[in-house]
Every structure is written in structure tokens, then in C-alpha cells.
Ligand binder design. Structure first.
Ligand SMILES: *Cc1c(COP(=O)(O)O)cnc(C)c1O
Length: 239
């Protein structure tokens, strides 16, 4: 059980994020319910995660496949797990039965691997394609031109649902530098949507983190991934 002070701190942080989310959704002509908040727990203590669950949060984001799999066995089965970090092809099998959404599909080879394992297991996983919109050398994800080149071939993947795109904006002091990146992801989703058919809706835009989720929502984010801000003011137990 979380202590009262942990619970109250996270409650305040969560309330603030929800209010900010709601105001930004308003500005973009949408409802707060149209934007899903994924609470990123990759650096969170177990106690903090318990507090989030007690406060009604159900969508949790983890960046390491192994930690997601381990935690899935420690928390209630109604948690929706979002894998947001890099996934190697040889780690797909344990992840598939657990992840509600895989946000970080960054190559056709990985997509192909997920598709064939999903066929074997008999599931239909939801995935997002990660796009390196800003074309940073050190970053995972499809380059925008490569994504468009490959898109016509996505319809052949019938056991995986390409629900949308995901991106991370570059670190910058001014969050406004993220705006054109997010706007470009929205355009790209439309361009991919026009090239695919079947079960691939390509409607979701997973974009925006603690520092830039307001801008992301204004530019059409349907999923934001927020970690740090939710845990501000908490002390880690001495180990
Ligand atoms: C860690 C992480 C986040 C959350 O970032 P915060 O700054 O903690 O809000 C979002 N997306 C991805 C892919 C991450 O790795």
C-alpha cells in the first residue's frame, strides 16, 4: 500500500496533468476523453505504481520489455500495458500476450516478426509505428520517406493492427520546436492511411511527454506518454 503522502503527491500531480490535458484538448476542439494518458512507470517505484492504480489510472507505459513482463505479473490483470521502448525481434514472444499496445515498432522486419508470431499465437496485437521525424542519427524509428515508401506493403500484414504512429520530439529548451515535428507526424499518418487498407486504421498519434504534451495535444495527439511530471516531489526510499 502507498503511504498517504505518496498518494496525495501523486494525486496532485495527476490532477494537474489531467487539467492541463483537458485545457489543451479544448484548444484543439476535442474532448479530454479523446486523449489517452499513458502513465510512464519505467523509473517508478512499485509503491508509486500502486498509488496510480489506486487513483484509477489503468494505462501504464514501460520502456523495457523485461520489466513490463515482470511487472505485469505483479499488478492486476486489468492494467493496460503500453510498451514504449525499443523491442528486439527475439523479445517479441514474451511481450505479445501482455502488451496492449506496442508503440515502438521501428522496422518492417520487426513488424513482420510480430505479424508471424501473432498468427501463430492467434492474437491481433495493436501496434504503432515509431517515426524519427526529426531525422536524428541516434534515434530509433522509421525515417519519414522510408515509412511512406514501405506503406503500400503494410496491407500484407493481416495479423497485426497498425493503429497509428508514434514519435519523440528532440530535446530543446523551447517546447515550440516540437510543434512542427508533431504536426508532421499527423500529416504522415494521413499519408500512410491513404496507402493502406484492411485492418490498419492509422488513427492514433502517440506523441508528447512531460515537457511537451500540451503542444502535442494541440497538434492532434490521441495518446500522450507522461512519466516524470507524475512523480514530482516524491523521494525514493533509501536502498
Ligand atoms: C520515458 C519516456 C516517456 C516519458 O517521458 P517523461 O519525460 O518522463 O514524461 C515517454 N516516451 C518514451 C518513449 C519514453 O521513453
Amino acid at each position: 500500500m502507498p503511504t498517504t503522502s505518496t498518494l496525495e503527491t501523486i494525486r496532485r500531480n495527476l490532477d494537474r496533468v489531467r487539467e492541463t490535458l483537458s485545457a489543451a484538448a479544448d484548444r484543439s476542439g476535442r474532448k479530454a476523453d479523446d486523449v489517452t494518458l499513458v502513465a510512464v512507470t519505467k523509473y517508478a517505484e512499485i509503491e508509486w505504481v500502486n498509488a496510480l492504480l489506486e487513483l484509477g489510472e489503468r494505462s501504464l507505459g514501460e520502456s523495457r520489455p523485461q520489466q513490463m513482463v515482470e511487472r505485469a505479473s505483479q499488478f492486476p490483470s486489468n492494467v493496460q500495458w503500453h510498451l514504449i521502448g525499443h523491442l528486439q525481434r527475439n523479445k517479441v514472444r514474451p511481450v505479445l500476450p501482455i502488451a496492449d499496445v506496442i508503440h515502438s515498432v521501428d522496422s518492417v522486419r520487426l513488424l513482420d516478426r510480430i505479424n508471424s508470431l501473432a498468427k501463430e499465437i492467434g492474437t491481433s496485437p495493436r501496434v504503432l509505428l515509431e517515426v524519427n521525424v526529426s531525422d536524428e542519427a541516434a534515434k530509433d524509428g522509421f525515417a519519414a520517406d522510408e515509412l511512406l515508401r514501405q506503406a503500400a506493403g503494410f496491407s500484407q500484414f493481416e495479423h497485426v493492427r497498425i493503429d497509428g504512429l508514434m514519435t519523440m520530439a528532440p530535446f530543446a529548451d523551447d517546447v515550440e520546436t516540437a510543434r512542427p515535428i508533431f504536426a508532421r507526424l499527423r500529416e504522415l499518418a494521413g499519408e500512410v492511411r491513404a496507402r493502406v487498407s484492411g485492418i490498419h486504421s492509422v488513427r492514433e498519434l502517440s506523441m508528447g511527454m512531460s515537457r511537451d504534451f500540451t503542444v502535442a495535444i494541440e497538434e492532434g495527439a490521441t495518446i500522450i506518454r507522461v512519466g516524470r511530471t507524475l512523480f514530482e516531489g516524491l523521494e525514493r526510499p533509501a536502498s
